[in-house]
Ligand binder design. Structure first.
Ligand code: GLY
Length: 403
């Protein structure tokens, strides 16, 4: 009898929980519905017309599409976008396409000459495993993490970014994005030394990459034998002392994820300082989509145009949404990210179905001073926009999936 009562109680509690869960889902706002229709249409078409391994990266100035075969650092973003597209829509066809495009990157597991393994593998294979739990994705993830860790020099306390160029031991702020992959791999493959390397990299970067106002240099060159800082400079920004917009976004994202993985208060403090630099920046335009460099507004004498970079805005939105869940007074971060997302979802930035070579967002900047990818769609703008849309919907408990 007692058993029966307990069982009935458990059944009642479970039914109540399920109903409460269902009831708490809210209907999507109009802009979000439209956005998700565009996302689904563009991804479905793109997966049909592009070939796995030759993933769409951006649009050249002559109107042709720039593709991203390995070892292009952006090759993982299109498969990653397909995974998010699948999560947002529940459409099994997108899942099949996501798998097809992901598996075409298998040989990225052998890349050893760049730090970009987080971008390449965690966005593609990482999402594939997170969503499906299919063990076939693990060996590639294990090899990639091993190769990334091998680029960590304990003497310098950072992971080396690049092997090309005249620098001695270059580390760019973008490298902060790789740490989430290492933290995950440390647990997945029982490698605590990956955690130590990731946290040491974050602490060294905190010390050397940031200015007093919490803006960051793009590149710090180290002496590989002593660990001494040799030079602080830019590679993609306006000047050595300027604040390259996407670099600020990478830093914000990186420290937010470091905190999420370690709960080290130093990391969340840093993330909030960077957020404050971005959100209170006098050069942030009213629509909250920054120009490619915050200081381009100061460069009137060079007459450089303050072209907007939707990719920086998308990374900022995704990072701020995550940050909003990690702190007590996160509403201000959520609200700021929501404004960015609504702007990116307006006709100004969001493609019309069938246009924009099936990219989702317009108006990003790759590397302005190299005359490369100016005012173009970019695969990573789409990826972080989709991630941000997913985070927004999760935080707001929006129910979108069909059925
Ligand atoms: N990681 C290179 C870039 O953000 O352009």
């Amino acid at each position: 009898m007692r058993k029966k009562i307990i069982l009935s109680f458990i059944l009642f509690a479970f039914t109540f929980y399920c109903c409460a869960q269902k009831r708490s889902l809210v209907e999507p706002e109009q802009w979000l519905k439209k956005t998700n229709e565009v996302i689904h249409y563009q991804l479905t078409k793109a997966a049909e017309i592009y070939k796995p391994g030759f993933n769409p990266r951006s649009v050249n100035s002559d109107g042709t599409v720039r593709l991203a075969p390995l070892p292009d650092w952006t090759a993982g973003f299109f498969p990653g976008s397909l995974w998010y597209g699948y999560e947002l829509s529940g459409d099994k066809k997108l899942e099949e396409q996501a798998q097809r495009f992901t598996l075409s990157l298998d040989s990225a597991r052998y890349i050893t000459n760049t730090h970009d393994l987080g971008f390449l593998l965690f966005c593609s294979y990482g999402n594939a495993y997170r969503i499906t739990r299919d063990k076939q994705y693990l060996p590639v993830l294990a090899d990639g993490a091993k190769n990334l860790f091998a680029r960590f020099n304990p003497k310098v306390g950072v992971i080396r970014s690049w092997d090309f160029g005249d620098w001695h031991y270059p580390v760019i702020i973008d490298n902060m994005i790789n740490l989430e992959y290492l933290y995950w791999a440390a647990k997945a493959f029982n490698q605590p030394r990956y955690t130590d390397a990731a946290s040491t990299h974050a602490m060294t970067t905190l010390k050397n990459h940031f200015r007093k106002d919490y803006s960051s240099y793009h590149l710090v060159d180290y002496d590989p034998t002593t660990g001494k800082v040799l030079k602080k400079m830019t590679h993609q920004g306006l000047s050595d002392e300027s604040s390259w917009a996407r670099g600020q976004a990478w830093g914000l994202y990186g420290y937010t994820m470091c905190y999420q993985n370690t709960k080290n208060p130093k990391f969340i403090e840093q993330a909030e300082h960077i957020a404050s630099f971005i959100m209170n920046n006098p050069h942030m335009p009213k629509d909250k989509i920054p120009a490619w460099d915050f200081d381009v507004h100061n460069a009137l004498e060079t007459d450089l145009p303050a072209i907007k970079d939707a990719s920086a805005a998308a990374v900022m939105a995704s990072a701020l949404l995550e940050l909003s869940t990690q702190v007590k007074d996160g509403q201000k971060y959520f609200d700021y990210a929501a404004s960015i997302l609504k702007m990116l979802s307006s006709d100004e930035y969001l493609a019309k179905p069938g246009e924009n070579h099936f990219f989702i967002l317009k108006h990003s900047v790759g590397a302005f001073l190299y005359d490369s990818e100016i005012d173009t769609p970019l695969d990573y703008a789409d990826y972080y926009y989709l991630e941000a849309i997913k985070r927004y919907m999760e935080i707001k408990h929006v129910n979108l999936k069909k059925g």
